[in-house]
Ligand binder design. Structure first.
Ligand code: DAH
Length: 376
């Protein structure tokens, strides 16, 4: 900065010459005009209107001028700085408006775009297994049949040869929806939550002319507590084949084919005598343990948790359809015979996939179902 000097003429101070002030102003205006955005303009502002800008420095020189020259120089510099500040302000407004318009376009959110934030679920392994079983039979020409879960007592028991005081009826703890009118036998049937899928056998025979080949998956109910091994709601799969000349050998071959499709070619079944009112003779069916293949039996060095070292896994009940059932459905037992079987799918799911607690199957937690993935 120059020191005060009384003999000073303003035109002699280089930076205060009118042309020089004009040049500074024009340079500033040109820079302002060419600033492309708000950030560039901020830099222009520092360079041309800041404390160390040429015009600010020139302004400081005024103090060193003789009093008579101060006013004129002050006016000149003041006007130039005023013009620059005005131009800055105007350009700032223009650039801010441009920026806002651009941001509105570039950062626009399309609120109409579809979105999906729900985590993906999975099919329940019971459904997958039930479909898989049904597919095995559909491939052999069977038809999938369904019946109601709220079922007439007549279909659930009577037509299946389980009459009112039949001991088998107490084997199945039943949820009653509506009692039998007047407690009498006969026409008036009570209403129950079906205790097994066997009533679909009756419905299928009443609906169709033989030959009948049906597979019936579905939910069934019994008044059990929910714990690690029981559930009041579970799933069964029922099979019925009625044709001319069907024998127990056909039943055995069908069971073998089913377990081989699911567990491997060398897995077979065995039948143990049992009693069911709707089949005669009746049997309990077991399959060879697909984990140890019987090698754990009598072999303490190689215990098998899947079959408890028994070598066999119990699947369900089966037999030749009782002629009484055929008669109840209007089918001639002299001409037709057939076989049936039924079993719970939860049990199969448990040993097939090492599910140890029944509650995991019924609770519907996706953390249980997800790891099963999709089975095709
Ligand atoms: N309905 C029987 C139950 O729930 C299972 C059963 C046994 C089904 C023998 C059948 C069969 O079709 O033939 O315990």
């Amino acid at each position: 900065m120059s020191a005060p000097n009384k003999s000073y003429d303003p035109v002699e101070v280089e930076t205060l010459k009118p042309e020089e002030i004009e040049r500074m102003r024009d340079e500033a205006l040109a820079a302002i005009a060419s600033a492309a955005d708000v950030d560039a303009l901020r830099e222009v502002k520092v360079a041309h209107a800041g404390d160390r800008s040429p015009l600010a420095l020139a302004n400081r020189e005024i103090g060193a001028l003789p009093p008579h020259a101060k006013a004129e120089a002050g006016k000149r510099v003041g006007q130039a700085r005023g013009a620059v500040n005005q131009a800055l302000k105007a350009r700032q407004e223009v650039l801010e408006a441009e920026r806002d318009d651009r941001v509105l376009v570039e950062e626009a959110v399309d609120v109409t775009l579809p979105y999906d934030r729900r985590p993906e679920g999975a099919r329940h392994p019971l459904t997958t297994l039930s479909d898989r079983l049904a597919d095995i039979f559909v491939a052999m020409g069977y038809e999938v049949a369904e019946g109601p879960e709220v079922e007439a007592e007549w279909f659930n028991f009577d037509a299946l040869n389980i009459w009112a005081d039949h001991p088998a009826r107490t084997m199945q703890d039943t949820f009653f929806v509506q009692g039998k009118e007047g407690g009498k036998d006969g026409e008036e049937s009570g209403v129950v939550l079906r205790t097994h899928t066997s009533p679909v056998q009756i419905r299928s025979l009443l609906d169709r002319e033989p030959p009948v080949y049906v597979i019936c998956p579905g939910r069934v109910y019994r008044s059990d507590e929910l714990d690690a091994t029981h559930t009041p709601v579970f799933t069964q799969i029922e099979l019925l084949a009625i044709d001319e000349g069907l024998t127990m050998a056909d039943l055995k071959g069908t069971l073998d084919h089913m377990v081989q499709s699911l567990f491997g070619d060398d897995i077979t079944t065995r039948l143990r005598p049992n009693y069911f009112p709707f089949t005669e003779p009746s049997a309990e069916m077991d399959m060879v343990c697909y984990v140890c293949r019987g090698e754990s039996v009598g072999n303490p060095d190689r215990p098998c948790r899947t079959c408890s070292s028994e070598g066999w896994i119990e699947l369900g009940g089966c037999g030749m359809v009782n002629p009484r059932v055929l008669i109840a459905c209007g089918v001639d037992p002299q001409k037709y015979s057939g076989f049936a079987f039924g079993f719970g799918i939860e049990r199969m799911l448990m040993f097939r996939h090492k599910v140890e607690d029944m509650r995991d199957i019924v609770e519907g937690d996706v953390r249980f179902t997800l790891p099963f993935g999709m089975e095709i």
